[in-house]
Write a protein of this length. Structure first.
Length: 303
């Protein structure tokens, strides 16, 4: 299923690239949280790849962690890749749906707030797994289900009030259960998906939408309305947002759900679950209790 207009996404990132430093705080925050997860891994990863480097925020956050000796940064947008290269390091133009890398090229693959724009996420994950060396690590964060739910709700209601219908104005997002299942489907070992919530306040909903455009994250779904959205629509959405999600200081809150994905390229040294019936010790022995058939109840005063 094709959900996103990738050409439009590239053009928007190209336009956003020159001013990305004024709007990159979400990228920087997500990059810091992603880089922190390397602290929990004792392995070293000499050759690493980042898919969707934006302005080079993750490269700046790594700070020598993970034993990375060579980091290849890539982005769908040439202008973004140039911004990342200007901060130092190697940056290329590459599409995560059609990776140009040989199998087994990298010890580690990152993606920071990028994969939620992928039409064929299962296919992209499969290509990422193939690009990893055996026992290589995949670490990613993307926007997950619940992101911008307040903005979605207010835009839908405002459009329904004014025109009697509603169109898709905020992208759909995956949830943690979907993420873990997709990792497993792509052949990753030890897949893990978890979510962190980041709440950001803005003066009003217009400031939020301006920030999304500045990041190159405005709506790029193929099902988006092609009709001109007049001032009345946005004025009503701004008013609804302030009424429902404003604070005592007149600011509004926007919720971003960060979906983290972790998986390993399979290797024979990795832990595997034991086969049913292969246990050599009873759980009852470990708990220092008595094993009983299912349905039996302990008598009063006995364990």
């Amino acid at each position: 299923m094709t959900l996103f207009d990738r050409r439009l996404l590239r053009r928007r990132r190209d336009r956003a690239a020159s001013g990305i430093a004024a709007h990159d705080f979400l990228f920087r925050e997500a990059a810091e949280r992603l880089a922190d997860r390397l602290d929990d891994v004792s392995r070293k990863f000499p050759a690493a790849l980042e898919l969707g480097c934006h302005g080079g925020e993750l490269a700046g956050a790594l700070g020598g962690r993970g034993g990375i000796e060579r980091l290849v940064q890539s982005d769908l947008s040439m202008a973004m890749a140039r911004q990342a290269a200007a901060r130092g390091g190697l940056a290329i133009v590459a599409d995560e749906e059609f990776l140009p890398f040989a199998p087994g090229s990298f010890d580690l693959v990152f993606s920071c707030l990028n994969l939620h724009w992928t039409n064929d996420l299962p296919g992209a994950l499969l290509q990422i797994r193939r690009a990893l060396k055996p026992d290589g690590l995949f670490l990613a964060v993307q926007f997950g289900l619940g992101t911008l739910s307040e903005l979605r709700e207010c835009l839908l209601e405002a459009e329904a009030e004014l025109s009697g219908g509603a169109s898709l104005r905020v992208s759909p997002f995956a949830d943690a259960r979907d993420g873990a299942a997709l990792l497993q489907r792509a052949g990753f070992a030890l897949p893990v998906a978890d979510v962190e919530t980041l709440t950001v306040t803005y003066p009003d909903a217009l400031a939020l939408m301006h920030d999304l455009r500045g990041m190159g994250e405005a709506n790029a779904t193929l099902a988006r309305s092609k009709r001109f959205a007049g001032r009345d629509l946005f004025a009503r959405a701004v008013a609804l947002y302030a009424e429902r999600h404003g604070d005592a200081q007149g600011r509004i809150a926007a919720r971003f759900r960060l979906l983290f994905l972790t998986g390993w390229a399979p290797h024979e040294s990795q832990q595997r679950p034991q086969l049913p019936g292969s246990a050599t010790r009873l759980l009852a022995d470990a708990l220092e209790t008595v094993e009983r058939p299912a349905g039996d109840k302990a008598k009063p005063g006995r364990s």
